[in-house]
Design a protein around this ligand. Structure first.
Ligand code: ADE
Ligand code: ZN
Length: 330
């Protein structure tokens, strides 16, 4: 109980959050009804019961199916507004949010609709509550690099309109068999364009994918990165370079990256000097938002209060906020 209030009181940042992964079953059902989309589940309870995953792909199949209910600007707004309310309740002060336009443009939804709905909710939260945020447009790695270029080309005309929010490019979806090198050219282009770069690596994929993300894609943070522990030289490099890892404990448990939270390597990585941060990934699917993620590792790994403070501090340092704004968060 003391630990819960301690975690709740900490100002936090969220750096690894897929907005489509915040769609709770209740809202998913409401949007299905609003848009007259048929669902293969009889009830909210039946849908939630299906969230029993064996690996990343078993989750992604449901996650992409769930996203089919998102059709209008209002839908993207409502999903984002619901996430912000939940994040604020956890004392999250700043969030850098992934969105996957290809999941939606593939279904005939305009990329402008996706940007507009998410951005309207984020701007409203900034104006009404001082909640700060950024948008990280992520490419789906199971699709081709050519498809990523098509998406970039469709998004760039929107850049001026969303300059206050859209500052990053990410890479997500099925990791195994889709190494970072597949996206070398499009990431090089995004780098020339001045975007911050991040990529999922070392969640299910091998340490070599983390090296590829660093050396070929030239990312500024590694999303997940837990498999770096298998390569001691890589671990030393990550510590030396203070390369942030956006670790997602409850996600790793639900997707069977670890079979027991007590065996999670977050504490070992942190104690080896890596810039570990705590994040919620797809909280509607993985059973917990930010405080739940902090509490899960605090308890299972017996973290000290100083270590918990360090995790939160790492999250502020690893954010893409200007230095002056980082200072305001501590
Ligand atoms: N898309 C949403 N969540 C993801 C994850 N944890 N890994 C890869 N792609 C994702
Ligand atoms: Zn993720």
């Amino acid at each position: 109980a003391a630990m819960r209030s301690f975690v709740e009181a900490l100002p936090k940042t969220e750096l690894h959050l897929h907005i489509e992964g915040t769609l709770e079953p209740e809202l998913l059902f409401a949007l299905a009804q609003r848009n007259k989309v048929a669902l293969p589940y009889a009830s909210v309870e039946a849908l939630r019961a299906a969230y029993d995953f064996t690996d990343l792909q078993s989750f992604l199949d449901l996650y992409y199916a769930g996203a089919n209910v998102l059709q209008t600007e209002q839908d993207f707004h409502d999903m984002t507004a619901a996430y912000i309310a939940r994040a604020r309740a956890d004392n999250v002060r700043h969030a850098e949010i992934f969105f996957d336009p290809q999941t939606h443009t593939e279904r005939g939804i305009g990329i402008d609709v996706v940007f507009a709905g998410i951005a309207r909710a984020l701007r409203q939260a900034r104006d009404e509550h001082g909640f700060s945020s950024a948008m990280i447009m992520s490419f789906l790695r199971h699709l081709s690099e050519e498809d990523a270029f098509t998406t970039l080309k469709a998004a760039l005309p929107l850049r001026e309109q969303y300059r206050d929010l859209w500052n990053g490019i990410g890479l997500d979806s099925s990791e195994r068999g889709n190494p970072p090198e597949k996206f070398a050219k499009v990431f090089a282009r995004c780098r020339e364009l001045g975007f911050h770069l991040v990529a999922h690596a070392g969640e299910e994929g091998p340490p070599a994918y983390i090296l590829g993300a660093l050396d070929v894609l030239k990312v500024e943070r590694i999303d997940h990165g837990v498999r770096s522990e298998e390569d001691p030289a890589l671990m030393e490099r990550l510590a030396r370079e203070k390369m942030p890892l956006t670790v997602c404990p409850l996600s790793n448990l639900k997707l069977c990256v670890v079979d027991d939270m007590a065996k999670h390597n977050l504490a070992r990585l942190l104690r080896a000097g890596l810039a570990v941060t705590v994040n919620s990934d797809d909280p509607a699917y993985f059973g917990g938002y930010m405080n739940d993620n902090y509490l899960a590792v605090a308890s299972a790994l017996e973290l000290s209060r100083a270590e918990i403070v360090q995790l939160a501090r790492n999250g502020i340092d690893a954010s893409f906020l200007p230095a002056a704004d980082k200072g305001r968060l501590t």
